[in-house]
Design a protein around this ligand. Sequence first.
Ligand SMILES: C[S@@+](CC[C@H](N)C(=O)[O-])C[C@H]1O[C@@H](n2cnc3c(N)ncnc32)[C@H](O)[C@@H]1O
Length: 286
Amino acid sequence: MNYRHAYHAGNFADVVKHIILTRVLMYFKRKDAPFFVMDTHAGVGRYDLKGVEAQKTREAETGIARLMKALPNAPKEVRELCEPFTTLLNDMNEDKLQHYPGSPMVAQSLIRRTDRLSLVELHPEDFDELTVNFNWAKNTKTHHLDAWQAMKAQLPPNEKRGLILVDPPFEDRDEFNAILRALYDAQKRFSKGTYMLWYPIKDLQMIASFSRVLSGMDLGRTLDVRVMIDRPGSQAKFIGTGMVIVNPPYVLEKELKVLLPWLVKLFEVVPGSGSHSIYELVGEQK
Ligand SMILES: C[S@@+](CC[C@H](N)C(=O)[O-])C[C@H]1O[C@@H](n2cnc3c(N)ncnc32)[C@H](O)[C@@H]1O
């Protein structure tokens, strides 16, 4: 396990992923009934953008730093939809941007006392840091487990309502298949759950076959959301961020139609190089 998220925290893909996460959780909070959140690849939960790792790549400069600078001049609708995310950023930082929340912190900032957050991380050092970061929270538990085993062990949750974020490091090419296997399995036990499956846009052929398999699976309504910051070229470069959302909140598509065009303009490599898409992979509610 070589991947450490500290090198990439706050990059454009993180920002898109975390804003979508806040929108899904805001919808979950509309109802009083408690819900369960599982973060299968949690990382350490929060990041220091002035730390050695983040400074080595400086990816946050074209990600969260750009967003925080541009947001005051964004259209009101965009600002409102980003608010749960930016409130957290403002709470973590005083006047200068230094701290960035990972998905565990994003989720923790929005769940209620009666909701439950399960954070799974396999890297031993990252797991220790994650545990230190969240051991104060009564509604949050960390697990030093393999994500795929943890999904088997923890689903279905008692709560009946649940969100499972699957955000692997994509260190090897089999990760797409691992996600498909895990989703296939988890769906059998928790078909009503909302699943957010993150993937990098690099190898377009691989992604096409991933989408094909998903379209043929017996899933509830499923969206495939992409933000491209550059045009596809011959190199398998990291040109975009993707998210498959199984059983999305019904308002999500409408919200993303407001957010994504603005995020594309913000993050595209050169003016006009970016694009976004929202496809419905599976349309029928089971
Ligand atoms: C992309 S990072 C997660 C970032 C985090 N979700 C966020 O948004 O802040 C992927 C994490 O998965 C962990 N990881 C890798 N393989 C794993 C596995 N099989 N089970 C659980 N965690 C794993 C890595 O150590 C790394 O911290």
